[in-house]
Design a protein around this ligand. Structure first.
Ligand code: UN1
Length: 494
């Protein structure tokens, strides 16, 4: 079942120039090799950027609705191949089939949205201050976009970036995470099959240091869109400043759910389990803090721990699996090191806290769903992004205290409150510092046609998704047409 994969540059499948390769294995079963991939270097990046730069000169002139027709086809192919893609994705990164289907669906939604948006790339027409003069502003494509994506949403996140980039008339050099190169390759195959011309989307596999930074440093790349860790985001931002690139960063989160004393506890339970342990906690939007009201604390903790202990771990292709593995060995180690940090800080481990190795699990990077209580807001397990199945529970007395704790980290991506009190809900919407606030729903589950992103150290002010991402991928041109037949001087002729 294993396959030899290649880069896609200027419409051709090619090996890395060095001939080097790397392996990609199933995190639920190390024995299963998904494939080997080119371990590319700067010379491969240069070739891809050259191709993208050349292709840009033609692609920018294709009418946007024509680009939209190709995008519609991309959506149709994704629909037809949804099951195949989801299965490959589960094999290469471990999350359960229901979730990988959702991941592909997010790509489908993004494709159809992007397609329709090509007939709606609005500018503004406004009155001129002078007679017989016409003022308008139009969106223009920018050039080569470098797209660097994580492994936790191997289809959805690349589509959030690549689709708006190309329908706006830009071209792309795509470096997917080295844990999920197979799904990324399928996406590029589909783009080519749908009719995206040669050079418009290029994929270069390999490590972040060589390929990722090679793209960021390249003087002919105008845009960088990156989703990943905050440390890397800062590095990218610094390096990109040297060539004055436009950079969009989606970084870490430390998302909290507040459960008030009037909450529907059954509903909240489902939401917390899904938010904390869905995707094995490996989402930037994952629920990693639970702020639980004193009055319902004992009751809810009983329900939560019982449910968490019942979760079934395993290979995500098995229909009864609820939680897949961590994506790789390093990630599992990092999760475990946070458990040790939590114990040393004096938090109480309620369940989990160790590698899961029973039976078939002993060939994968499984970690038991873990809950800490007696967590105080400044502990590291309540402050730092863990990116694994670990939930820190903090006891709260009222909404004011809860909001202060929610806001007391460097991040601000997603947040949630469970309450039946409409006043409390609106205070939370107003006062929580985050890019996303859910009421009576978990911190995960963003929809493709809405702005996605966070405040504070979660990003640098851009949004993906919805209409907002089109601002990132276009530049404004202001146009004045003077049809008076004489020199008119703005600000001077009065
Ligand atoms: C991410 O966590 O990296 O909101 C993206 C969600 C998904 C996207 C998450 N639709 O959970």
């Amino acid at each position: 079942m294993s396959k030899k994969y290649q880069n896609f540059i200027n419409g051709k499948w090619v090996d890395a120039k060095s001939g080097k390769t790397f392996e990609n294995r199933n995190p639920a079963n190390w024995d299963e090799l998904i494939g080997t991939f080119p371990k590319s270097g700067v010379e491969d990046v240069n070739e891809a950027v050259d191709a993208a730069k050349k292709a840009f000169e033609k692609w920018r002139l294709v009418p946007a609705p024509k680009r939209g027709e190709i995008m519609k086809k991309v959506g149709d192919i994704l629909v037809a191949r949804k099951e195949e893609i989801a299965t490959l994705m589960t094999r290469e990164m471990g999350k359960v089939l229901m979730e990988t289907r959702g991941d592909v669906q997010e790509g489908i939604d993004t494709a159809y949205y992007a397609s329709s948006e090509t007939r709606r790339l609005f500018g503004h027409t406004v009155p001129s201050e002078l007679p017989n003069k016409f003022n308008m502003s139009i969106r223009i494509p920018i050039g080569v976009a470098g797209v660097i994506t994580p492994w936790n949403f191997p289809m959805a996140i690349p589509t959030w970036k690549i689709f708006p980039a190309i329908v706006c008339g830009n071209t792309v050099v795509f470096k997917p995470a080295s844990d999920t190169p197979a799904t990324a390759t399928l996406l590029v195959e589909i783009l080519a099959e749908a009719g995206v011309p040669d050079g418009v989307v290029n994929i270069v596999h390999g490590g972040g240091g060589e390929v990722g930074m090679g793209i960021v440093n390249h003087p002919d790349v105008e845009l960088i869109s990156f989703t990943g860790g905050t440390d890397v985001g800062i590095k990218i931002s610094e390096a990109a400043a040297k060539t004055l690139k436009r950079v969009s960063l989606e970084l870490g989160g430390k998302n909290a759910v507040i459960i008030m004393d009037d909450a529907d506890l059954e509903l909240a339970l489902e939401g917390v389990i899904w938010g904390a342990f869905g995707t094995t906690g490996q989402r930037c939007t994952a629920t990693s803090r639970l702020l639980l009201h004193d009055k319902v604390y004992d009751k809810f903790m009983d329900m939560l721990v019982k449910k968490t202990k019942s979760l079934k771990l395993g290979n995500g292709l098995n229909p009864d699996t609820q939680v897949g593995p961590c994506v790789n060995e390093g990630q599992r180690k990092s999760v475990h090191s946070y458990v040790e940090i939590g114990l040393n800080e004096g938090a109480r481990l309620v369940c989990g806290g160790k590698f899961a190795t029973d039976g078939d699990l002993n060939k994968g990077w499984f970690y038991e769903p873990t809950i800490f209580e007696n967590v105080t807001p400044n502990m590291r397990i309540a402050q730092e992004e863990i990116f694994g199945p670990v939930l820190s529970v903090i006891r709260i007395k009222n909404l004011e205290e809860a909001i202060e704790i929610v806001n007391g980290t460097i991040y601000g991506l997603s947040s949630s409150i469970y309450t039946k009190n409409v006043n409390d809900a609106f205070v939370a919407i107003r006062d929580i510092k985050a890019g996303i606030t859910y009421v009576n729903a978990p911190t995960i589950g963003a929809e493709a046609h809405m702005p996605f992103g966070g405040v504070k150290k979660t990003g640098n002010g851009h949004r993906e998704g919805g209409w907002t991402v089109y601002d990132f991928y276009t530049e404004w041109k202001t146009v004045y047409v003077d049809y008076s037949g004489r020199l008119q001087k703005a600000q001077i002729d009065t």
